[in-house]
Write a protein that binds this ligand. Sequence first.
Ligand SMILES: CC(C)(COP(=O)([O-])OP(=O)([O-])OC[C@H]1O[C@@H](n2cnc3c(N)ncnc32)[C@H](O)[C@@H]1OP(=O)([O-])[O-])[C@@H](O)C(=O)NCCC(=O)NCCSC(=O)C[C@@](C)(O)CC(=O)[O-]
Ligand SMILES: NC(=O)C1=CN([C@@H]2O[C@H](COP(=O)(O)OP(=O)(O)OC[C@H]3O[C@@H](n4cnc5c(N)ncnc54)[C@H](O)[C@@H]3O)[C@@H](O)[C@H]2O)C=CC1
Length: 433
Amino acid sequence: MPNAISGFSKLSKSEKIDWLIDTYFSDKEAARNLVEQYWNTDETIQKLHDEFIENTITNYYLPLGVAPNFLINQKLYTIPMAIEESSVVAAASKAAKFWLDRGGFNAEIISTEKIGQVHFTYDGDFKALKSFFENVKPKLIEDTKDITKNMERRGGGILDIELRPKTEDLEYYYQLHATFETLDAMGANFINSCLEQFAKTFQQEAEHKLEGQLDIVMSILSNYVPNCLVRAEVSCPIEDLKSKDISSPSLFAQKFKQAINIAEIEPYRAVTHNKGIMNGIDAVVLATGNDFRAVEAGVHAYAAKEGSYKSLTHCSIEDGVFKFWIEIPLALGTVGGLTTLHPLVKFALDMLENPSAKELMQIVAVAGLAQNFAAVKSLTTTGIQEGHMKMHLLNILNQFGATTTEKEKLIEHFKTHIVTHSAVVEAIEKIRR
Ligand SMILES: CC(C)(COP(=O)([O-])OP(=O)([O-])OC[C@H]1O[C@@H](n2cnc3c(N)ncnc32)[C@H](O)[C@@H]1OP(=O)([O-])[O-])[C@@H](O)C(=O)NCCC(=O)NCCSC(=O)C[C@@](C)(O)CC(=O)[O-]
Ligand SMILES: NC(=O)C1=CN([C@@H]2O[C@H](COP(=O)(O)OP(=O)(O)OC[C@H]3O[C@@H](n4cnc5c(N)ncnc54)[C@H](O)[C@@H]3O)[C@@H](O)[C@H]2O)C=CC1
């Protein structure tokens, strides 16, 4: 076991790499070469990446793919997707193309409110606390003026602050529950700055004007944003579903709806179903430099809002019309965070013609819906493995170090044979004999 190290953060980048290689690697030259191989040749770009996080030693690549042909609210987009899993970009592209011929996707913003809370304890009388809060509320807002003035000029800012008693769940526990409009910013830093100022003013005022002990526990935004909602939808007459892989549209529609119904009542299925949705959502969220952990946490909380974990997508068949939709909370930014810093994020946003946060919410929701449509369509028709393994073939070939000629031969071979890991291994061995 290696010894712990103190002061690691104070070492230079090259000293950190030296320590790491000396401590963990026997083939020191190979390890150092690998780390250096992933450095950007442009020192300015490398420095930028070094400074995104702490203790950076090199870069970790993910492929950036694009899915064309997304018609959203009658505007055509090519959507950027950063993801490691094969078949996701192909599936999104295929769903986009399918719906392009059937009127495209419609998306709408339902709401854009963000939330933050000051968590505190108080051991006195609730009535006294309530009256103190009502008196101090204008000052809470007034004291954040320096933080909020620019956001207010743009049309956003603090929407409201409420006092919420939580003592039934936890002794002495209360909240200042605040709502915000942060426009094109995800808003985490703006909200946290406001909340910390609320806490400071609240505590200071309480010391002179409130009987009983009031202690601030913490001030932080919530990544659960059920009132920052977007809805995306596709629909068409059932007979228009007919396509290369759908010979009986009405049977397909019934089976597809049944698959969604199952994900609405069965958590084991719902989790995988929603994972398929997040294949699309995370890929676009990452490509556009947004915080995918925040989105993931909020989306899954929303999926469980009724007490059990459910599908985020829904389907109906009414009057001969097939309708499929998603409704999800998404706190996204097109300014702030990494959005203007990472050159490829800038590229991705340029490709989307520099959307507002609202437009990006719609694009991301559509990517999730399209992904889910492709996956459930495969699951209820051919099965998932056929298409997924077709795309995964290159990964298996690369694992076995296949040459370009071997790849060409095997890709041709697997156009007419089912791809499984063992079938690929067998075929490689055969052509190498
Ligand atoms: C994989 C496909 C698309 C093949 O589908 P296919 O019918 O064999 O494709 P095709 O060769 O006929 O091409 C049709 C279109 O698909 C796209 N496409 C096709 N191939 C490519 C490619 N190489 N690169 C880029 N795009 C591709 C592209 O849009 C293309 O049009 P074109 O560009 O030719 O005009 C289909 O089988 C499919 O959609 N499968 C679903 C795959 C999927 O969902 N993958 C996610 C990973 S599995 C998982 O994590 C989630 C899951 C499944 O568990 C979720 C759940 O359970 O709900
Ligand atoms: N729990 C969480 O999710 C947390 C996330 N974070 C991180 O915070 C970052 C996001 O915070 P932000 O405050 O969004 O970014 P930020 O701190 O970069 O601020 C964005 C700023 O851009 C300015 N702005 C310019 N034009 C604007 C417009 N049209 N609309 C709105 N604002 C405009 C505003 O002053 C705004 O405050 C992400 O990197 C995230 O990972 C940080 C703390 C906690």
